[in-house]
Write a protein that binds this ligand. Structure first.
Ligand SMILES: Cc1cc(=O)oc2cc(NC(=O)[C@H](Cc3ccccc3)NC(=O)[C@H](C)NC(=O)[C@H](C)N)ccc12
Ligand SMILES: [Ca+2]
Length: 523
């Protein structure tokens, strides 16, 4: 028997046991086959020196590679059937099963689990308080069971990162400013009818079509653009728009202008338990997808189970081998800080930013905030080294160079794991954006949530895979981190070439386009 447990955080109030007939939806992640072959294939399709470069797999080919063995499928199916569970959906790759069942059946299926109702700020959830067990013969066929334990994050004040307007004249970052800084001309807009890009939203964040239309009517006058999202996959909730969703949609459609845009809307309670599971399940089941997806969400690595992160990472590989680029925001908390005990802190990496199979985007600000000047580090820019994923070969030499040259200015070695996946991969402006939300133009919105769709839109224009010299190197400024005696609020600093705050730098569009076109495989 294998036991898995949970500690319910104090801000949730227990309001009683779940009724035996209460319905639950659990996700079973079945063990896949050939993960090492998938990884190798991803390396080859991404390597310009390989004969396989750019030769992406179809969803059917991915399915043939990773589909769980007959034994795994039969064992899990008969275990569920034995407990009377028949209401299940699978995916094309047959490596996930989503099943609906009563609390009574779930407790019999997973001995030790005891489902309870918890409430907080008007939100109500059902979770298992105790650890649950899975018998050995089934456990070896599962990566994890989702939907039991993870809690929705604490809702933060919607205005927490909005800086106060102090009365100075400041126009802030708009599509025109971005297009100027990153050298996008009026001709740099999408023209390929088949090109598509996407943003994914979670945690009840919705964009509003009227906000997008108003944003484009105010800020989109100088370039050809679309003012409507082409497809919403999932449910668009009613009511107020979310700042994250508004920012993502408005800015991916400003740099990736005139390109058909989709929104994956992963709403509701279930998704907030494992925010990325529902979305990745959708991707792994759709054969025809946009090539670029941006996601401005993440969680501290230490708040997630290793099994969950490993499996999501494999799902990212499945996307990569199909030629799908996933861009994640690096987070807005600098290196982060985890208190390990009295006077003992370490930095706190964020997932999925720390996955080696996504492109992670950090943040910068203008040197002179009132001018389109060169960029320096935005101190909030997430970055550092994963404690879960080892450093992939493709970044070893760049990171070694950074660690060697920056030795004197580096934080103490006990704060970070130099053998982990280093991030971000690149950066873009993250300070003082204009966003239209609930029909009102809002200034001074900041975060790597802004820089990520900006880069995503440009990649959609280029739709390539590898970065050449097409980036502005960021060499000034440091990120924030633990406010303790040893590091005194200072994390990593940017430096010439790659650094763990701004990656390889911010996009210089024509140079990036040229670099990527030069590396295109013969079609
Ligand atoms: C209201 C507001 C004003 C502003 O100026 O900035 C800003 C930013 C954000 N969004 C975020 O700060 C982050 C970015 C991020 C965090 C962690 C990892 C990657 C990206 N996004 C979120 O907080 C997102 C909505 N929630 C989560 O990722 C949760 C914590 N798992 C929001 C609002 C404002
Ligand atoms: Ca740099």
């Amino acid at each position: 028997m294998h036991l898995l447990g949970l500690v319910i955080s104090k801000d949730w109030t227990h309001v009683g046991r779940a009724d035996a007939s209460d319905e639950l939806k659990l996700t079973f992640a079945l063990k896949q086959q050939n993960i090492h072959l998938l990884e190798e294939r991803l390396r080859l399709v991404s390597d310009p020196d390989s004969a396989h470069y750019g030769k992406y797999l179809s969803l059917e080919e991915v399915a043939s590679l990773v589909r769980p063995s007959e034994l795994t499928q039969k064992t899990v199916h008969s275990w569920l059937q034995h407990h009377g569970i028949s209401s299940c959906h699978t995916v094309h790759t047959q490596d996930f099963l989503q099943c609906t069942m009563t609390a009574e059946i779930a407790e019999k299926l997973l001995p030790g689990s005891r489902f309870h109702h918890y409430v907080r700020d008007g939100q109500s959830i059902v979770r298992s308080s105790g650890p649950y067990a899975v018998s050995d013969n089934v456990h070896q066929h599962l990566d994890f069971v989702g939907g039991l334990h993870r809690l929705p994050p604490t809702k933060k004040d919607g205005n927490r990162k909005q800086q106060k307007f102090k009365g100075e004249v400041h126009l802030g970052v708009t599509p025109a400013i971005l297009r100027e800084r990153y050298n996008l001309t009026a001709a740099d807009v999408g023209s390929d009818q088949d090109n598509r890009q996407a943003v994914a939203q979670f945690l009840e964040q919705y964009y509003h079509p009227a906000d997008l239309a108003e944003f484009m009517s105010i800020f989109g006058r100088t370039f050809k653009h679309l003012s409507e999202v082409d497809q919403v996959i999932g449910t668009q909730g009613e009511g107020k728009a979310g700042i994250e969703a508004s920012l993502d949609v408005e800015y991916i459609m400003s740099t990736g202008a005139n390109i058909s845009t989709w929104v994956f809307s992963n709403s509701g309670r279930h998704e907030s338990q494992e925010p990325f599971l529902q979305w990745i399940l959708l991707l792994s089941n759709m054969s025809d997808l946009p090539r670029v997806h941006t996601i401005s969400y993440g969680d501290d690595e230490d708040s997630l189970s290793t099994a969950y992160m490993m499996r999501i990472n494999t799902e990212f590989m499945k996307a990569g081998v199909r030629g799908i680029s996933l861009l994640f925001a690096s987070g807005d908390n600098g290196a982060g800080c985890r208190h390990m005990g009295k006077d003992q802190n370490t930095f706190r990496p964020s997932f999925p930013a720390s996955s080696p199979y996504v492109t992670t985007v950090g943040g910068t600000s203008f040197k002179n905030p009132f001018k389109v000047s060169y960029e320096v580090t935005d101190y909030i820019s997430g970055g550092g080294f994963s404690n879960v994923f080892k450093m992939p070969d493709y970044q070893a030499s760049a990171v070694e160079a950074y660690l060697k040259t920056g030795t004197s200015a580096l934080p103490p070695a006990s704060y970070f794991n130099t053998s982990g996946r280093a991030y971000p991969d690149m950066a873009a402006l993250s300070k003082n954006y204009w966003v239209v939300m609930d029909r009102v133009p809002i200034p001074w919105v900041s975060g790597t949530s802004a820089s990520t769709p900006v880069v995503g839109g440009m990649l959609s224009l280029i739709n390539g895979q590898r970065f050449g010299q097409g980036l502005f190197d960021v060499t000034e400024g440091c990120q924030q981190a633990c406010l303790d005696e040893q590091v005194q609020g200072k994390g990593f600093c940017s430096a010439p070439s790659w650094d763990p705050v701004t990656g390889w730098g911010t996009p210089n569009y024509p140079a990036l386009l040229q670099a990527l076109l030069n590396e295109r495989p013969e079609l």
